[in-house]
Design a protein around this ligand. Structure first.
Ligand code: GAR
Length: 212
């Protein structure tokens, strides 16, 4: 079966990029890694892997829309069909989202709608939560919102600090994100009133595993 060409956009470490790349049996092929930050370790990782990369620092553009147009052009040249945000720390506006309607997916290190935005793990710890988790969601124009694709809880364990909790959250992300993308590409869905509705929820559970 022909694989779906996806772009990964990342601004950070790129550990989720690597997990997406390593996932066996993927119905997708990463065609390109795009970044806004020349210092992002994700960029060096993709270059090491011999993957085409696009470095577009927004400072080089007169407006957000001009930056979005340039990024969309690069993605369209690579025939990208889905955009997978993996630690991409910029808000995508209407121009970009219209080019990929309900085909931009994001990963966030909390159980949304709790702890949207930056420093989600540190803020969850600071509030003393017993459980936090991860959310995969489709991207709309808000920050870390949009229809939930799938979530997984992650407990705060005694003695957890930001480093240890981040490590376990990332483990959960590396497992779930490629599988959630697999489900999005293979199980039909629709979005109604901000909610994602699967045509076959059992298949999603088979691909992603049971929540507990
Ligand atoms: C991940 O933990 C992801 O959930 C988070 O950035 C990290 C990227 O890690 N994303 C957000 O906070 C989005 N709001 P990585 O660069 O090692 O894949």
């Amino acid at each position: 079966m022909k694989k779906v060409a996806v772009a990964v956009l990342a601004s950070g470490e790129g550990s989720n990029y690597r997990a997406l790349q390593a996932y066996e049996g993927a119905p997708y092929e990463i065609a390109l890694l795009g970044t806004d930050d020349p210092r992002a370790p994700a960029l060096s990782k993709a270059r090491e892997d011999g993957l085409p990369t696009a470095l577009l620092p927004p400072e080089g553009f007169p407006s957000r829309e001009a930056w979005e147009k340039a990024m969309v052009e690069v993605l369209e040249e690579s025939r990208v069909e889905w955009v997978v945000l993996a630690g991409f720390m910029r808000i995508l506006g209407p121009f970009f989202l219209r080019a990929f309607p309900w085909r931009v997916v994001n990963l966030h290190p909390s159980l949304l709608p709790s702890f949207r935005g930056r420093e989600a793990i540190a803020r969850a710890l600071q509030r003393g939560v017993s459980w936090t988790g991860i959310t995969v969601h489709l991207v709309d124009e808000g920050v870390d919102q949009g229809p939930v694709v799938i979530q997984r809880p992650v407990p705060r364990l005694p003695g957890d600090d930001e480093e240890s909790l981040t490590r376990r959250i990332k483990e959960a992300e590396h497992h779930l994100y490629p599988r959630a993308l697999h489900a999005l590409l293979e199980v039909p869905f629709r979005v109604e009133e901000g909610r994602l509705l699967w045509a076959d929820e059992r298949k999603v559970r088979l691909l992603c595993g049971e929540p507990f």
